[in-house]
Ligand binder design. Structure first.
Ligand code: RB5
Length: 150
């Protein structure tokens, strides 16, 4: 049984084609999705979607967040601007697991132009099902200290 239930989801235009498949997959394995993503035609700006997902997680409207743009990079940079949020990039199964295990990432950022939709789904599932290792806690606290100094 999944421990986390509610996920905030966001995407930009680069992930408009994969968004529904990813959401349907996550729903099929038991997650509830709050969708903040772009579903129109044309283009949009990824920071607008990253901030919605990051603030939803920060304020407890969702337990974790998923952001997908072309590379995952712009979403990751933007989400990390929200103090209190740790967003991690992910480019394979290993970094999906490590983002949970070592970094306790609140949000996983993925690139739709860098993976197939089934790879994206698989990586998200690995991240969701991997536990944080407490031995990394001191490093996370140091990240929070950096935020307090700003
Ligand atoms: C949009 O073309 C692209 O720049 C965006 O999806 C993302 O990859 C940015 O990091």
């Amino acid at each position: 049984m999944n421990k986390i239930k509610k996920l905030a989801f966001g995407n930009d235009h680069a992930a408009a084609e994969v968004r529904n498949t990813v959401k349907e997959y996550l729903t099929s394995i038991g997650y509830e999705i709050e969708d903040f993503g772009f579903e129109g035609e044309g283009v949009c700006d990824y920071p607008d979607y990253a901030v919605k997902v990051a603030e939803a997680v920060l304020h407890g409207k969702a337990e974790k967040g998923i952001l997908i743009c072309g590379t995952g990079i712009g979403m990751c940079i933007s989400a990390n601007k929200v103090h209190g949020i740790i967003a991690a990039p992910c480019w394979d199964e290993d970094t999906a697991a490590l983002a949970a295990q070592h970094n306790r990432a609140d949000i996983l950022c993925l690139g739709s132009r860098k993976a197939t939709v089934s790879e994206l789904c698989h990586r998200i599932r690995i991240w969701l099902e991997t536990s944080f290792e407490a031995r990394h806690e001191a490093r996370i606290l140091k990240i929070k200290e950096i935020e307090k100094r700003q």
